[in-house]
Write a new protein. Structure first.
Length: 263
């Protein structure tokens, strides 16, 4: 299947986890990929994997919390490819994972800066080109924690709730602007088998006086499927939302969570 032949996708957080899976899934269906990460080795590795699939893979080392760096990225993509057809904002951090009373103002700001503000910066940078052509797909990564409150997760949950609000607002504004060829949707993953999940386990399991596997079983206990999902399962939802088949889908927050959120 080559749904994305001739398309250019920019994927932030593309060096690992859901971002990497997204890069490879879109490339496998014909897209050229700009792999954005703040870790050069990760971006370069994924860019090579994209090239092995017969597509152009470009590694870009960018701090997405730096709005000038994000604007420069958009200019570079436009200069090399002439446009970005698909923007997927996968870059994120796990947050402090503390009670709110123990979360510092600096930790709060850092989490919102990466998870929410950087999403806004990327949209601001790439949206004008999409509006000019009235063609584009903006797909943001929220979380099941963007729909459900969770103790020890306040900064992360707030940032991911914000991503949903930002994305839905953008969808409404695209309608006001009569740019019906551009869509904006969020994806809300549940517990996914990624390096972030490993980091959460390493952070919280000792405090809970639990082993890693016991902690993971507890982590998925509210998931109807009682399992960690694979990053590729989220990537396939990205691919659907990026496709022409989803041209009528906008302003949605799509759950890929194994039944953690039943709405």
């Amino acid at each position: 299947m080559t749904r994305f032949a001739g398309k250019v996708a920019v994927v932030t957080g593309g060096g690992t986890g859901i971002g990497r899976a997204t890069c490879l899934t879109l490339a496998n269906e014909g897209a050229d990929i700009v792999v954005v990460s703040n870790v050069a080795a990760q971006a370069e590795t994924v860019a090579r994997e994209v090239a092995s699939l017969g597509r152009t893979g470009v590694a870009k080392v960018v701090d997405v919390t730096d709005i000038e760096a994000v604007n420069a990225l958009a200019r570079d993509v436009d200069a090399q490819f002439g446009r970005a057809d698909i923007l997927v904002t996968c870059a994120g951090v796990m947050g402090a994972r503390k009670l709110l009373t123990q979360t510092s103002a600096e930790e709060w700001r850092d989490t919102l800066e990466v998870n929410l503000n950087a999403t806004f910066y990327c949209i601001k940078a790439f949206l004008p080109g999409m509006l000019a052509r009235d063609v584009g797909r903006i797909i943001t990564l929220s979380s099941a924690s963007g729909k459900l409150p969770a103790a020890l997760n306040g900064d992360y949950a707030a940032s991911k709730h914000g991503v949903i609000g930002l994305t839905k607002t953008l969808a409404l504004e695209l309608g006001i602007l009569e740019k019906h060829g551009v869509t904006a949707n969020a994806i809300c993953p549940g517990p996914i088998d990624t390096p972030m999940m490993d980091a959460i386990t390493d952070h919280l399991a000792p405090a809970a006086k639990m082993g890693r596997e016991d902690f993971r079983r507890v982590a998925v206990a509210k998931n109807a499927q009682r399992r960690l999902l694979d990053p590729e399962e989220v990537a396939h939802m990205v691919a659907y939302l990026a496709s022409d088949q989803a041209r009528g889908v906008t302003g949605q927050a799509m759950n890929v969570c194994g039944g953690l959120v039943l709405s």
